[in-house]
Design a protein around this ligand. Sequence first.
Ligand code: FAD
Length: 433
Amino acid sequence: MIGGGFGGLQAVQTLRRAPVEVTLVDRRNFHLFQPLTYQVATGALSPGEIAYPLRSIFKRSRNVQVLLAEVSGFDLDARRVLLDGVDGIPAPPSLEYDTLIVAGGSRYSYFGHDDWRATAAEVKSLESALIVRSRLLSAFEAAEEESDAEERAVWLTFVVVGGGPTGVEMAGQIAELARDTVRKEFRAVDPRSARILLVEAADRVLTTFPPSLSAKAARSLERIGVTVLTGRAVVGIDDEGVTIGGDGAEPERIATRNVVWAAGVTASSLAARLAELTGAELDRAGRVTVEADLTLPGHREVFAVGDMVRLSDTVFPGVAPVAMQQGRYAAAVVADRLRSRKTGPFHYRDKGNLATIGRAAAVADIKGLKLSGFLAWVTWLVVHLWYLVGFQNRLLVIVRWSFSFVTHGRGSRLITNLPAQAREPQGLADRRR
Ligand SMILES: Cc1cc2nc3c(=O)[nH]c(=O)nc-3n(C[C@H](O)[C@H](O)[C@H](O)COP(=O)(O)OP(=O)(O)OC[C@H]3O[C@@H](n4cnc5c(N)ncnc54)[C@H](O)[C@@H]3O)c2cc1C
């Protein structure tokens, strides 16, 4: 099993009681609950509360082994996965298999502008979320020390690129951080004067939701101080600002040192590798096309699931329930084969869409039932707690959220300068020289 994310975890959990030996390979030693990484990026939760060690999850499953290693390729004819060590930790050069399930996920794509990545960090990985956290919090510190009003405004301008659920959630959280959490903590600067912009190229935010919920989400964002710019595409990002075009208008320059990237994703490079080896099609988002039973063409022993796959006639939404259902399905096919039973094709059961905007504000579209406001927010809380891995994490997050709700605080607002990862905000660096 490659990948201990949402798809991989479900596959291995389903296989725990089957008469099989499972090796779970991941380049991280933990399962990450990506839907809440943006809360780490804004200091609401700590990394340990949304991540759980893979070895700990499977400590009682005698037929499951965990291996920390990076998958660098496949030899499908020899039925081998090729491995590299991670950060100097040794790993075997390859691993044999009878059946292979690949769930490598996806990563953010910068639409061919990889140079934007250094300035506009994303919140998909824990490492990057911590960089975003340091930059957001550093911006308030820099503004406090800045005597020039224009420069101070630059520090207090935050741009979130991409109006999907992550962008909406990030913008909402930054607004709450500025207007609520740190409101009384600075002396020279009023954090409430922060400008938070959410830039979306489509004509509305949350395009996977019904238009009425997109409109409600945009209104909720505006209410908490976020400026929503739809129909506007980001055409340039550098250390001193963002250039946005679109709507037939002249490109507009926004001076800022805080840009968060929450736009398009592309599949794991493992999808391209599998496509190359099997002749399967690869779509523009880098997803490999699998058969109706999620196997690769000509290789019924190789399954691929989650964010990195599609069917020839269906593109699934890039959400956790798809990966989880596919992981469970692939494992069920493996178990059925052992009992010489046939399994029908994979069908996705869509349970709905949720996005939170901020304190007691969210939107939900559950099988046509449209919810917004407090009820949607409670639904969002319950669903996220339900799927969070580990009883201890669930308990910790309930306590954190309850405490934050009452005190308006955020318990994890640390500026941690991660060497080599944290890019020091330019202005701060200049000042120190
Ligand atoms: C910020 C953010 C917020 C989100 N919010 C939501 C939400 O609210 N609701 C929702 O349903 N979905 C949400 N999603 C989407 C959801 O997280 C993904 O759809 C889901 O994680 C996909 O599962 P997966 O198993 O395909 O991949 P992942 O969960 O990403 O797992 C992939 C695993 O593979 C490992 N891996 C990758 N490449 C290699 C390699 N070469 N060698 C070894 N290991 C490797 C990775 O370390 C990782 O553990 C969000 C995503 C992001 C980024």
